[in-house]
Design a protein around this ligand. Structure first.
Ligand code: PMP
Length: 285
């Protein structure tokens, strides 16, 4: 079955879908994006993703391409047309097409919108989860505005590639003070020996993950102790458990960090419980 993408008002076969070569998303990574989990054909936590998209657009002064309710319709349509039951839907908005010049276009341009969706075999995530993933650390080298979900992801691309080349699944960034910020495409967590779940505050140095936000609410409801504070790779290595979260991974147990075995070296009970419980606290639409 051929895949269908939404590109600036049209649903097209992916093979024919294209954007202008002077699109600022292509030339400057001048755009933002969202990735939503698709589960049983439904979109997970869509309102929160759209709210974050709205914030990212506003921080970059990119116009909203259409009302959020219309974007939601398009995303559902792309999921349906691609018959995705389990997988992800990707939405990208760039500032639009203009003659190449670093400054914003002087005449208003229409933002470009692209939406794609793809199936992911749930067994793949389950497999990774059963084994637990390896994480390496890399020096934080991104700009300070990582709170904006920008398509400018070159440092993240290099960090993920470094992880793959080291036989790991994810790279966690470590800032100049020696604290973990987040993963190249996920938020970082540990569980202390006395059972406290710890993640860095979203005030600085991280993207405020939607999975992170839902999980914090879940922790409260499940009456699991939670601390919002930075932690070091050394603390993670000595922790009872570690895990990493993203819409595309949900809760993914981490079993080694830079080769140091965490806890038992197997996915921990807290991470597994949170993964199992997560969707009770998520919204579906
Ligand atoms: N941090 C970064 C850098 C990411 O790319 C992602 C995934 N988009 C996350 C955190 C997790 O965010 P979310 O839970 O919204 O997928």
């Amino acid at each position: 079955m051929s895949r269908i993408a939404y590109v600036n008002g049209r649903y097209q076969d992916m093979r024919d879908a294209s954007v202008n070569i002077e699109d600022r998303g292509y030339q400057f990574a001048d755009g933002v994006y969202e990735v939503c989990e698709v589960r049983s054909g439904q979109l997970v936590d869509m309102p929160r993703h759209l709210k974050r998209l709205q914030r990212s657009l506003s921080e970059l002064r990119i116009a909203e391409p259409m009302p959020l309710s219309a974007l939601s319709v398009v995303m559902h349509e792309v999921v349906q047309r691609n018959r995705v039951r389990f997988g992800i839907v990707y939405l990208q908005v760039s500032r639009g097409v203009a003659r190449r010049d670093h400054g914003f276009p002087t005449k208003p341009v229409r933002p470009s919108v692209v939406v794609t969706a793809r199936s992911i075999d749930p067994a793949k995530g389950a497999d990774n989860c059963a084994r637990g993933i390896k994480v390496i650390t890399v020096p934080e080298n991104r700009w300070p505005r990582v709170d904006i979900k920008s398509t400018a992801l070159l440092p993240n691309v290099l960090a993920k590639q470094a992880a793959r080349e080291a036989g790991a699944y994810e790279a966690w960034y470590v800032d100049g003070d020696g604290f973990v910020t987040e993963g190249s495409s996920s938020n970082a967590w540990i569980v202390t020996q006395d059972g406290r779940v710890v993640t860095r505050p979203d005030k600085s140095g991280i993207l405020s993950g939607i999975t992170r936000g839902v999980l914090i609410e879940a922790l409260e409801a499940l009456q699991i102790h939670f601390e919002e504070r930075p932690f070091t790779p050394q603390e993670a290595a000595g922790a009872a458990e570690a895990f990493t979260t993203a819409a595309s991974m949900i809760v993914m147990p981490v079993v080694t960090i830079d080769g140091h075995v965490i806890g038992s070296g197997k996915p921990g009970p807290v991470a597994l419980r949170l993964r199992e419980q997560f969707h009770r606290f998520a919204s579906f639409s």
